[in-house]
Design a protein around this ligand. Structure first.
Ligand code: PEP
Ligand code: MG
Length: 575
């Protein structure tokens, strides 16, 4: 009998194939005593396993398809770096010595400490890094326990045309699946912002996450349809369903081909409105991807990664070198560098202490920066130095008061005056912009526009703070609605304030890359979209098919509608 299971689609496309179920039960890790004289041997055993894990990962890295747009290698490199990271292996060695325990157990304790630190982080994206810790630790433990590798890691083409069902997958698994001919995957867990999901988008593999219990409903080799567009798994499809999805596959394929042709095309609406399509980047590998899809610049460079997986802070030169790489990779295109958006200084000190309650409402982003000069000033100075190398724009995250904006502008002027005296090169016209992601800033956007050169609307946080929901809390996810009238009014207020003050307004939250909302946002007057490189062409496709003048009227009408039924009718014209 045909059945369906729902999850969250993390990439586009439809796949039809037979199921291959991966049972990856949690590894059983026991503690046992290692006598003093055997400690050196136990540490050697750990080091050998780490070495083996590195060799395995390098082999995976060598099989990365060269045709993918994102630098997949960067994800594998993250795991390789972790294997070299003292916080993981050095501390595990320390625990073996201190507790006279076996290597597997020491790794488990160290894993728990790191995961706890990640759990306390106030950022959904960064929290997903704890999956990386899990994957790396499990890899070493599997070697220590002489476990066989995962089935799909075996070489060969046994999985050609199959759909992998697993509890969770690591980035390395995703790459190998592609190599082994896997055509789609479904997992019980994982979020749309995890590495695995990002990779699936880059590799173009249809994927669904959060399909809880999927492996209980499906049996090995059963025929499945994976509709990643809608996050639906159809099991045992009948003939009518199958032929429907086969048709959809053809439609999707034609759509992809037509998108590829859009790479070099201008992002202009049918009535001649120019739209700027920028890229959101995080890791060095994304720089190249941004260029490959024809982004007109970087609208959001999240610099948090510079601070991660280490016990010290990046200094001015390290910041500067990283920004230099980005500017050079973008080759003359504008680059918007956002100053750090860490939840608390514990983020980079390895979780030395507990975060306060409600960290999203605490000392985060610009609040933390203004409170921690040692963290902030090296970055500020490096961005100002980097402005001499190309068109750099500095962006302030999470503004809530004018005073914050004014302080940052004053700090920048102080550094620029010093550089001038010391004859250090910089661009005195570097635009300084702010993220509008706190309702207080959106409501008073007209005032902020007097101090700033541009706005970028961060809908991920704007929705969280407007709806009073924690964006990482599953239980209140149902309230996370970009179409909520309050959210839409705040977006419109910000766009209008930017227009009145003649400063550009971009949107860099996930809403900007979701094609369901492109027409609505065009209608509200948004002309700059900053999105993940893998989504840019989709958005361009919608822009080119839209007539901005026709969208403005219903979009504005929507803002005044109070009757929920009427709201639904108007929104149907737009999304
Ligand atoms: C946002 O809040 O929309 C945003 C782009 O910033 P981040 O997701 O990094 O908080
Ligand atoms: Mg944000």
């Amino acid at each position: 009998m045909t059945f369906t299971v729902h999850g969250v689609g993390v990439s586009h496309g439809i796949a039809i194939g037979r199921a291959h179920i991966i049972e990856r039960a949690d590894l059983e890790i026991d503690k046992y005593h290692i006598p003093g004289e055997a400690i050196v041997e136990e540490i050697a055993r750990l080091r050998d396993a780490v070495q083996q894990a590195k060799t395995d990962l390098r082999a995976v890295r060598a099989h990365i398809p060269t045709t993918t747009i994102a630098d997949i290698a960067a994800f594998i490199d993250t795991h390789l770096l972790m294997l070299e990271d003292s916080a993981l292996t050095f501390d595990a060695e320390r625990l073996i010595r201190k507790l006279n325990c076996n290597a597997e157990w020491a790794l488990k304790l160290q894993r728990n400490a790191l995961v706890k630190a990640f759990d306390e982080m106030n950022d959904a994206y960064l929290r997903t890094r704890k999956d990386d810790v899990d994957h790396v630790v499990a890899r070493i433990q599997r070697i220590l326990l002489n476990h066989a590798p995962l089935k799909h890691e075996l070489p060969g083409d046994r999985l050609e045309g199959m759909v992998v069902l697993a509890d969770d997958l690591a980035p390395a698994d995703t790459v190998l699946m592609r190599r082994n001919g896997v055509i789609a995957f479904v997992t019980d867990y994982g979020g749309p912002t995890s590495h695995m999901s990002i990779l699936a988008r880059s590799l173009g593999i249809p994927g669904i996450v959060g399909a809880h219990g999927i492996r209980r409903y499906v049996s090995e080799n059963e025929l499945l349809v994976i509709d990643a567009n809608d996050g639906v798994v159809v099991g045992n499809p009948d003939d009518v369903t199958l032929s429907y999805y086969r048709e959809q596959q053809v439609v999707h394929q034609r759509h992809r081909e037509s998108l590829d042709r859009l790479r070099g095309a201008a992002a202009v609406t049918l009535d001649g409105q120019h739209v700027e399509l920028l890229a959101n980047v995080e890791l060095p590998g994304d720089f190249e991807a941004a260029r490959n899809v024809g982004a007109s610049g970087v609208g959001l460079y999240r610099t948090e990664f510079l601070y991660m997986n280490r016990n010290d802070e990046p200094d001015e030169d390290e910041h500067f070198q990283t920004y230099r790489e980005l500017i050079e990779a973008l080759d003359g295109m504008p680059v918007t560098i956002r100053t750090l958006d860490l939840g608390s200084d514990k983020d980079f000190e390895g979780g030395a202490g507990p975060l306060p309650a409600n960290p999203a409402l605490g000392l985060r982003a610009i609040r933390l920066s203004l409170n921690e000069p040692n963290l902030y000033w090296p970055q500020l100075r490096a961005i100002i130095r980097a402005s001499a190398l190309g068109p750099v724009r500095l962006m302030i995250p999470m503004l809530s008061t004018l005073d914050e904006a004014r302080q940052v502008v004053a700090n920048i002027r102080t550094v620029q005056n010093e550089f001038e005296r010391r004859e250090i090169a910089f661009d005195s016209t570097m635009p300084i912009g702010g993220m509008i992601e706190v309702p207080a800033a959106a409501v008073c956007a007209d005032s902020f526009a007097r101090y700033l050169d541009f706005f970028s609307i961060g809908t991920n946080d704007l929705i969280q703070y407007t709806m009073a929901i924690d964006r990482v809390n599953d239980a209140v996810n149902y309230l996370y609605d970009p179409l909520n009238p309050a959210v839409l009014r705040l977006i419109a207020t910000t766009i209008d304030a930017g227009e009145a003050a003649a400063i550009p307004v971009a949107m860099c939250g996930e809403m900007a890359g979701d094609v369901r909302y492109t027409r609505l946002l065009l209608g509200l007057g948004l002309r700059q979209f900053s999105v993940h490189p893998s989504l840019l062409l989709e958005v361009k496709g919608i822009v080119k098919e839209s007539r901005a003048a026709d969208l403005a009227e219903p979009a504005r009408r929507l803002l005044g509608v109070s009757d929920p039924e009427e709201f639904k009718t108007v929104i149907a014209e737009l999304v």
